[in-house]
Design a protein around this ligand. Sequence first.
Ligand code: UTP
Length: 274
Amino acid sequence: MIRKCLFPAAGYGTRFLPATKSMPKEMMPIVNKPLIEYGVEEALEAGLSQICIVTGRGKRALADHFDTNYELEHQIAGSSKEAMLNDIRHLISSCTFSYIRQQEMKGLGHAILTGEPLIGDEAFAVVLADDLCINTDDGVLSQMVKLYRQFRCSIVAIQEVPANETHKYGVIEGEMIKDDIFRIKSMVEKPAPEDAPSNMAIIGRYILTPDIFDIIRNTEPGKGGEIQLTDALLQQAKDGCVLAYKFRGKRFDCGSVDGYIEATNYCYENLYSP
Ligand code: UTP
């Protein structure tokens, strides 16, 4: 079954400059926990304990976060502050972490292809940590892993967005095969509202079958000169089947300042306990 979760985390995070000049966007905290930690928690909850992270220059803080900090831990040992490390210690002891560096930031498709040596020939999940997903029962990845068991093909998570926001997303055209499950017929990357085939936008959770690597290898750079995952997924949908799943739960676009503030307020009010 699915054991691995890939986190493409090599992007520059330009929408958050200057904060992201020397700090990875994925380390930005929502209240007191970095974005990537929420993502790893979601993966572990779905049973994926092999965490594979695509990093880049200036991203060493990511690897340090999922490691012991002897000096600090010695300093606070036995104090009330030690409990603040419970969650991260649990992740560190429950998961394995491997890293690979993307040397040129040539897009999400390229970042996923960069992760191939860590994934190999098996289906895997992808989490874009700047999309924070929260649900009170099953997490979004758990919901998708269950669906994968049934359908055994690539699955993308989708959300309905207002027409004036389609230009921020890959947008699908699908045929409904069951409640909240669509078979993808077509997909467009960041369409203007008048060109969007629907208002159903792909967000940062995927289950991918490993044939996606060969498809990405043969995908020409698309919009913005980047190798787009959307283009590869469209090919995969044409060759076989890709499903789109309207998930249960909330999703915050923490790659944008507005979404980040919204997520911070939500988590402070609903999840944070000092
Ligand atoms: P984004 O489109 O959010 O780009 O990438 P970005 O560089 O992180 O942020 P902005 O737009 O400049 O503010 C979506 C995801 O894909 C990863 C990013 O780290 C993010 O998780 N990514 C993107 C890579 O790992 N490598 C790339 O070459 C591009």
